[in-house]
Design a binder for this molecule. Structure first.
Ligand SMILES: Cc1ncc(COP(=O)(O)O)c(C=O)c1O
Length: 436
């Protein structure tokens, strides 16, 4: 018995010692990782200060990879990592800002650009030093890749002023992840997180005065990423450019939305690029949207590309229906864009006590539920639209009319909760904000 006890104690001691050794080993590896990032950063800064573009170019990729690895392994504190990331970008400031209060508060969505933009090129297998430069025209060969073969993708997210007088990006990592998923689908190189988030944070900090103060106002961040070869050969480009620009904006829609269910044209089909933010998806939708607008609608409501029965999404937003008190949105089947707002809405609705379901809903089901008085609300969810009530949906000769949204509507409550989190008026329990 006593011997058994002694063996047990011995075993326990051995396992404690083993765990201590493992923890020492981990600490050692973490220290080495941190030192590696610091050393690379120091060498990069020295190369930049000395104006040695070749050395800086050679050091950039390993430095970004080391930072990204350190973040993935939780070796660097987020604040330190963000500080390092923002130092990767070289900034040339404008000598005179174009900012006026009228531009900041009253600009049409997407029509006014702030003073600076972020530009980064990929060539010969690696990313070059990202630069922040004055916003302005760029010149390219008429043979440029996207002009002919559409190898171009983009993103859209926002920076808000917060209640504590700070600035915060809303879920930028999700947009970054979607940008890289779109890039993979269009045979484009992956963008390193440190380059993207570091550059965007630096850009937003620099143009922070452009963020509107009005309710619902924000700085809209628009990354665009495209091939920059000048050849007519049909193949993925060998050189790429990422540009990030920003615009002071208010909400995209100023009134409840009128939609026309589209039967003739389709936006996406299985195996296509519907779940990527490819520029071509939008080009293919412009004619249908224009025809709908000529008939007095804001946009189309896309139906599925195979049967033209199931509701998919609208031009710039995902859609939700409130049926029998439950919020329903079409599932991510590969043909609709996985909206960041859609995901936020699903989380918040459930938290607020509204059951939320991702399932197919056909236009026929919507019509009969509406006729039976069970379909009480419809709304769109997207970065630009935020949460926007739908006033009516026309399908053939039938019109689904929805009562005007009130403060107790599901859409109104969702919108106010979402905006309160984005602007720091309610706690960010999901870690959606990135302070810059
Ligand atoms: C086609 C489409 N669907 C949905 C959305 C909503 O996505 P998110 O909420 O990420 O802005 C957008 C806007 O980006 C869009 O263009």
């Amino acid at each position: 018995m006593a011997q058994g006890q002694a063996t047990k104690v011995k075993k326990k001691k051995k396992s404690v010692l083993k765990r201590a050794a493992q923890s020492r080993e981990r600490a050692e590896v973490n220290r080495a990782n941190r030192t590696r990032v610091r050393t690379l950063m120091r060498r990069l800064r020295t190369a930049i200060t000395a104006g040695d573009a070749t050395a800086a170019g050679n050091l950039l990729q390993p430095t970004m990879s080391a930072i990204d690895q350190a973040i993935a392994k939780n070796v660097l504190h987020e604040n330190t990592a963000n500080r390092y990331k923002s130092r990767l970008t070289l900034a040339t400031r404008v000598s005179h800002s174009r900012l006026t209060e009228a531009l900041r508060e009253n600009s049409e969505f997407g029509a006014t650009f702030s003073d600076h933009m972020l530009v980064a090129d990929w060539e010969a297998g690696s990313w070059k030093q990202p630069q922040i430069v004055p916003f302005g025209p760029i010149s390219f060969s008429p043979a440029l890749t996207p002009f002919h073969y559409g190898q171009a993708i983009f993103e859209g997210f926002k920076a808000h002023r917060t209640a504590s007088s700070g600035l915060a990006l809303f879920r930028p990592r999700d947009n970054f992840a979607r940008l890289n998923r779109s890039a993979a689908r269009l045979a484009m190189p992956e963008i390193p997180e440190s380059l993207f988030l570091g550059g965007v944070a630096e850009l937003v900090r620099l143009d922070r005065e452009w963020i509107p103060h009005r309710e619902g106002g924000a700085l809209y961040i628009r990354p665009t990423y495209f091939g920059i070869d000048d050849t007519l050969l049909v193949r993925p480009a060998n050189r790429f450019r990422l540009i990030v620009m920003t615009c002071p904006v208010g909400p995209y829609f100023s009134q409840p939305i009128r939609l026309l269910a589209e039967e003739r044209f389709v936006r996406a089909f299985p195996g296509g690029t519907g779940d990527s933010k490819a520029a071509g998806n939008y080009a293919g939708g412009l004619l249908a949207a224009r025809i709908a607008q000529e008939k007095g609608f804001h946009n189309v409501l896309w139906l599925d590309g195979v049967e033209r029965r199931y509701i998919e999404e609208s031009g710039v937003m995902n859609v939700f229906f409130v049926l029998d008190g439950k919020a329903i949105t079409p599932p991510l089947s590969g043909t609709i864009l996985p909206g960041v707002t859609r995901d936020s809405a699903l989380t918040l609705l459930r938290e607020m006590g509204t059951a939320a379901e991702e399932r197919q809903i056909s236009i026929d089901e919507a019509l009969s539920a509406h006729a039976a008085g069970k379909l009480t609300e419809a709304f769109g969810a997207g970065t630009a639209a935020i949460v926007a009530p739908i006033a009516c949906i026309q399908y053939r000769d039938r019109e689904l009319q929805f009562s005007p949204s009130t403060a107790s509507s599901v859409a109104a409550k969702l919108r106010s909760r979402l905006v309160a989190i984005q602007t720091g008026r309610e706690p960010d329990t999901h870690n959606w904000l990135l302070s810059v």
